[in-house]
Design a protein around this ligand. Structure first.
Ligand code: 2HA
Ligand code: ZN
Length: 270
């Protein structure tokens, strides 16, 4: 067996959680990440017949039965992941229609996966139905996106259009736009179901007054998606209280669509 701490998926997860912390998106135990693993790849590092313990999930996820995920632990601090991956991260395999998680590695202090596991797994199901190559669901608390949910309309078209207008590359990076949930109680199956519903039409879902969810094919892409939206929100928070003399017009956004071969979300541009 190869050393799991040297596995590319592990190295990338440690680097990503560290980078998220460095960006200020994950204070204390804020944020959580899950990465769908290729079972063949995991098998190079772990004996897949050795289950350390089983953990009930509290929801059904039949489409994910048999799938393995590397996921951050509940109550764990992203700033600590790099120093003790085997305590702060775990690898679980879903069984019994997703109602049970088999721990294959990690959570070495007796811990378990993030409290937002329902939102993660339900979002994986929703994104895999749209894009079979989706591997990542990422949640964090970037300050400017959060701030925006206090002062900006939560209408998805309006919210998306504002972000697209803040940086030229936004419509290229997230042409599908941003969906928005009102404030809801976190850590529940209800917010998980609502997030997954929103994930059907966009890879970014804002949780008002809480944070954001992003989904993507790998950790870099998903990080970059959130990074780009957060940069746009930062520009917005710098200018929102000032008279706006210039903007990126819909005509210019259409030019970007043509130049980069993307289509903005249906009905979001005039
Ligand atoms: O686990 O971010 O939403 C910390 C969180 C919960
Ligand atoms: Zn959170």
């Amino acid at each position: 067996m190869k050393d799991i701490l040297s596995a590319p998926f592990m190295v990338e997860m440690v680097r990503t959680t560290n980078n998220m912390y460095a960006h200020g998106w994950d204070e204390r135990n804020g944020g959580n990440v899950s990465l769908l693993l290729d079972e063949g790849e995991v098998g190079e590092y772990l004996d897949l017949t050795q289950v350390l313990r089983t953990i009930p999930t509290g929801f059904a996820a039949p489409q994910l039965d048999g799938k393995c995920f590397l996921v951050t632990g509940t109550g764990k601090y992203f700033k600590n992941v790099q120093f003790a991956p085997e305590v702060n991260l775990g690898i679980v395999r879903l069984t019994k229609g997703g109602e049970t998680a088999e721990l294959l590695w990690g959570f070495a202090d007796g811990g378990q996966f993030t409290s937002e596991f329902p939102a993660h797994m339900m979002s994986h199901m929703a994104r895999l139905a749209v894009d079979a190559a989706n591997r990542v669901v990422m949640h964090c608390h970037p300050a400017n996106l959060l701030a925006m949910t206090y002062v900006h309309s939560l209408d998805e078209r309006e919210f998306t259009r504002t972000l697209w207008q803040m940086c030229t590359e936004c419509i290229v990076v997230f042409p599908d736009g941003v969906n928005v949930l009102p404030w809801m109680l976190c850590g529940t199956n209800e917010i998980g179901e609502a997030t997954a519903e929103k994930m059907k039409t966009a890879r970014l879902v804002v949780w008002s007054q809480h944070g954001i969810y992003g989904a993507g094919r790998d950790l870099d892409e998903t990080f970059g998606l959130i990074e780009t939206a957060e940069k746009a929100a930062e520009i917005y928070m710098k200018i929102a209280h000032l008279p706006r003399l210039n903007t990126i017009t819909d005509e210019q956004l259409h030019l970007l669509e043509g130049r980069f071969g993307v289509r903005g979300r249906e009905g979001f541009l005039d």
